[in-house]
Design a protein around this ligand. Sequence first.
Ligand code: DGY
Length: 329
Amino acid sequence: MQKILVARPIFPDVIERLKQYFDVDWNQGDVLPADEFTRRLADRDGALTAGDPVGAAVLAAAPRLRVVSNMAVGYNNFDMAAFNAANVLGTNTPDVLNESTADFGWALMMAAARRIAESEHWLRAGKWEKWAYDAFLGGDLYGSTLGVIGMGRIGQALARRAKGFNMQVIYHNRSRVAPEIEAELNAEYVSKQDLLRRADHVVLVLPYTQENHHTIGAAELALMKPSATLTNIARGGIVDDAALVEALRSKQIAAAGLDVFEGEPKLNPDLLTVPNVVLTPHIASATEATRRAMANLAADNLIAALGEGPRAGRPPNPINPEVIGRARS
Ligand code: DGY
């Protein structure tokens, strides 16, 4: 029987599926420290991860390892150059989380614009004594301009929802999306600078890469309207969190909604001191149905990549399909 490591606690019934095919070492505790993760991979043929960093040193210490299946659409925790050099396959879980993540982007954007978390904290603190015409005045979404940075599948799902709010949609992406998608979404392609100047609500849905590091920093925040909001459901590191704290404090922008942070699960402590930001712990895809779908898809990828099950040899979501069938190096 081939051997796998499941590096994180996941749904027990998915572990039972994996046990039909593999000898499973399942970490049910805290996130494995790097040295223990590496040690437990040493004799494994495959692994199921969720954000655990896998680079050249980890791969070199695991000579049998042929596939690492990430339970996430984002795979910035994988060093894909190292995967390719070692002929190790990486897989991810796209599509199944598009709608839940887009819903959550809206939830954060609306909470930021309408000051929901801030007013709830105030109410819980027993401060509500009277109705006031100017209590927690926020910004409208209906009829406003939505700026989407990153128009992939989640960005498109997010933009599709803007119709019901009668919003104008502008977007920026590495490349323009197909004309029929632009037409369906009624979305206008603009430069990043234009988007930041024009949007009332900016949402980040782009993958993290070195080039995207601090896509939003002090200079970009300075272009935004004082009434605008910024929502990040993409990855920590895309926003310069320290610059964002300053922009929120000085009311350079009105509010922000953040589900992801630089260096998470630790976060810049100053974020906790600014009231006009809504903070959530990387839960944009966290519905019962979607997380189950992600776990099962991660298992499908692992099973098929290791030559088992009905799709043996044809994993649904290879990131680097060119290494399939090559000997491990
Ligand atoms: C992803 O799938 O990349 C999400 O961030 C969930 O972790």
